[in-house]
Design a protein around this ligand. Structure first.
Ligand code: CP
Length: 316
């Protein structure tokens, strides 16, 4: 791996470009030979603390753990003392003495940071309100498999530019030297700090990011068009206003007609068919969505293997 493996994976920007590329390489190898690392973490255990619903992340992490010879324990807040007053820090400190890694899906990103601070084993962000790094790794692997390379690729992100998926995809594009255009309505523009961080890295990797409010303008040169949900799990109370403001930010056949012929459609799932993406696109020949979802497994396997083996080496 050419780069420094972080202790934890809280955001894509924890991974320098070399480490990110190394993880994708390893994930590709693990996809070819799913049980090739079967004994590598025999006897190890991960805890999967999920405070929000999940299908892909929960099952891919647990299956990845099993493929590495590990056990996975799904932890529900309400069944733990965490849901009855014990602090995050105290809980994490104790879990660190039983587990080899902790994965967490939660609300505030500061919760993930608090856990990483208190943990003595790797903490992996399985989605916070601000970041979704595990998704972005699968996205990059799907793009690399489809196009053969990432550097210089042009992508468009359509919809909420402040979402966790957008923040992480932007950082992933930055580390990979890609060109990203984000089309978001006013009030949903990407946070200036996250944008600045990506631009700084893009100055080194050769990538770029631009912002627009116009989906058609964003997709004109895009080889990949990423659709984003209008109403995420933590914003259900904003349903009416979001559904109105984001109504024009739909990836459908009409929008894709403005993109190059080679362009593929992306979505992290779960999809709201007929809202941010149509069934025609999701199930159509230009959809990369099912490959993105399938790639959650080998990328989770690569992350668990790399972080846990590195932590063990550092501890000796
Ligand atoms: N994309 C994603 O994180 O899916 P789940 O919410 O099902 O885990």
């Amino acid at each position: 791996m050419h780069g420094k493996v972080p202790d934890d994976l809280l955001r894509v920007s924890d991974l320098d470009p070399g480490t990110l590329a190394g993880l994708l390489e390893l994930a590709g190898a693990m996809k070819q030979e799913p049980l090739g690392w079967e004994r590598s973490l025999h006897g190890a255990t991960i805890g999967c603390l999920f405070e929000k619903p999940s299908t892909r992340t929960r099952v891919s992490l647990a299956t990845a753990a099993h493929r590495l010879g590990m056990s996975a324990i799904v932890l529900n807040r309400d069944e733990m003392q965490l849901g009855h007053g014990e602090t995050i820090a105290d809980t994490t400190r104790v879990l660190s003495s039983y587990l080899d890694a902790i994965t967490v899906r939660t609300f505030a990103h500061s919760t993930v940071e608090q856990m990483a601070e208190a943990a003595t084993v790797p903490v992996i962000n399985a989605l916070s309100n601000s970041h979704h790094p595990c998704q972005s790794l699968a996205d990059l692997l799907a793009l690399r498999e489809h196009f053969g390379t990432l550097a210089g690729m042009r992508a468009a992100f359509i919809g909420d530019g402040r979402s966790n998926t957008c923040n992480s995809f932007l950082a992933a594009c930055a580390a990979s030297g890609m060109h990203l255009t984000i089309a978001a309505p006013r009030g949903y523009e990407t946070d200036a700090d996250i944008l600045g961080e990506a631009q700084e890295l893009m100055a080194q990797t050769g990538g770029s990011v631009s912002l627009t409010t116009e989906p058609i303008e964003a997709v004109r040169a895009a080889q990949a068009v990423y659709a984003e949900v209008w109403v995420p799990m933590d914003k259900r109370d904003e349903h009416a206003v979001r559904a109105t403001l984001l109504a024009d930010y739909r990836v459908d056949g009409a929008l894709l007609a403005h993109a190059p012929r080679e362009a593929v459609a992306m979505h992290c799932l779960p999809a709201h068919r007929g809202q941010e993406i149509t069934s025609e696109v999701l199930d159509g020949p230009r959809s990369l969505v099912w490959r993105q979802a399938a790639n959650r497994l080998p990328t989770a396997q690569a992350v668990l293997h790399t972080l846990i083996t590195t932590a063990r080496r550092r501890a000796t």
